[in-house]
Design a protein around this ligand. Structure first.
Ligand code: ZN
Length: 73
């Protein structure tokens, strides 16, 4: 058994390895800049598909879904 709770993830934007810190508000990204970059990239696609604006809650929900997909094996 390994007692460490540290999880290493790759930043989805720049692919840099980083420690997945539950207290980090921009996880799984390495920095706020990378998070913004990714959000802009995929939310722009969402706008085109749905043709409507997404609220902050929607964005957070989408983020949760993405994380579930990444973590669920
Ligand atoms: Zn990054």
């Amino acid at each position: 058994m390994i007692n460490k709770k540290e999880i290493i993830v790759s930043c989805p934007t720049c692919k840099k390895k980083l420690l997945y810190n539950p207290e980090s508000s921009y996880r799984p990204f390495c920095s706020p800049a990378c998070k913004d970059d990714d959000l802009i990239a995929w939310s722009d696609q969402e706008f085109k598909i749905k043709g409507q604006e997404m609220s902050d809650e929607d964005l957070q929900e989408e983020e949760r879904k993405q994380k579930r997909n990444q973590n669920g094996r």
